[in-house]
Design a protein around this ligand. Structure first.
Ligand SMILES: Cc1ncc(COP(=O)(O)O)c(C=O)c1O
Length: 344
């Protein structure tokens, strides 16, 4: 089934004429800029940034082997999630399906936009159940949120089930790959040519070490990307963001070295935690964190905090009773964590 993106789009956006900024209307070389009411005295930031982030897009597109019109850059993945909801879901009428437990912003963003949420539980091993994910789909279901590797469970979702969804669902399937650099399986970006309804999210916040910068990447068919470009704020990515990201993206090797260290530390932490009595289970992880089942997660959380170590208490989250989510730190940080856990 090939969904017609123009039919999925909210009706009032079909003929929307987007805001055209001064820098949209100018193309070519100029020495004197008197078009955007900027202050002419140089501060380093007195000019508006490139609204289309051309250089940054070229760089990301070459790393990911996609064309630039298959790429949208957001102010963090969170901006992309919000824009997708605003573009495709009519408030109070349309619905999204969210496979839970997962990253909380899908649900929050949908609720902010007054869009109905149909939560679907993952299986006990945190995977997709084909029937469960297909059965709630209605004529008003526009988006299905999947996260792989999933946060907070750390596992990859079964690719066969995702292929089935992509083939049978007449809306968009969003696969959030915030943690893909830590995983052993390939990205869904390679499947973009095959599925018009596939939307892949990645971020510079995790493996790339740029959470403070706020840069998310959305890969999808050019028809979906052009919708996001149409409704985004004109200058959603600032000049310092564009510059710093470009600089970091030139050093892919640095990112790879750090990922390798984090993976080795994830293994080390797993082995050490296996010997700690208060820990009942360490779930296998394809991400830079471990989901760990304790006898009394809340008590452990409080004691770690008293010792100066903050982890994420996920014990109230569906299927995650008594679980803490622990991000892999530096060697020293991980040693401090193990020392403290051993004392509890
Ligand atoms: C699955 C997932 N997606 C997205 C994000 C947020 O990404 P960004 O920093 O690009 O907004 C997070 C942050 O924890 C996450 O876990």
């Amino acid at each position: 089934m090939i969904p017609d993106i123009s039919k999925l789009l909210r009706p009032h956006l079909k003929n929307l004429k987007p805001y055209s900024s001064a820098r949209d209307e100018f193309a070519g070389e100029a020495q004197i800029f008197m078009d955007a009411n900027e202050n002419p005295f140089a501060t380093g930031y007195n000019r508006y940034p490139d609204p289309h982030q051309k250089k940054l897009k070229q760089k990301i597109a070459s790393i990911q082997h996609v064309s630039e019109d298959q790429l949208f850059i957001g102010h963090g993945s969170d901006e992309v999630i919000d824009l997708l909801l605003r573009a495709f879901c009519v408030p109070t009428i349309d619905e999204v399906i969210i496979a839970e437990p997962t990253y909380g912003m899908y649900q929050v963003s949908a609720r902010i936009n007054d869009i109905k949420v149909k939560p679907v539980k993952l299986t006990a091993s945190f995977d997709l159940d084909k029937e469960c994910i297909l059965s709630p789909i209605s004529a008003h279901t526009k988006l299905i949120f999947l996260c792989s590797p999933n946060n907070p469970t750390g596992n990859i979702l079964n690719p066969d089930t995702i292929h089935t969804l992509l083939k049978n669902f007449n809306g968009l399937v969003l696969i959030d790959e915030a943690y893909i650099d830590f995983a052993s399986s390939p990205s869904w970006v390679t499947e973009l040519g095959r599925y018009k309804n596939l939307v892949v999210l990645q971020t510079l916040s995790k493996a790339w070490g740029l959470a403070g910068l706020r840069l998310g990447m959305c890969f999808a068919d050019s028809t979906i990307i052009s919708v996001l470009n149409k409704i985004k704020l004109p200058y959603n990515i600032s000049e310092p963001q564009q510059q710093a990201a470009l600089k970091a993206l030139h050093d892919v090797k640095k990112k790879e070295r750090e990922v390798k260290k984090i993976l080795a530390q994830r293994q080390w932490l797993t082995e050490k935690m296996n010997d700690i009595k208060i820990i009942n289970h360490i779930y296998p992880s394809e991400a830079n964190f471990l989901l760990v089942k304790m006898t009394d997660a809340r008590a452990v959380y409080q004691k770690l905090l008293a010792g100066g170590i903050v982890v994420r208490d996920r014990s109230k989250v569906v299927l995650c009773q008594n679980c803490l989510r622990i991000t892999v730190g530096t060697t020293e940080e991980n040693e401090a964590l193990i020392t403290l856990l051993k004392k509890l």
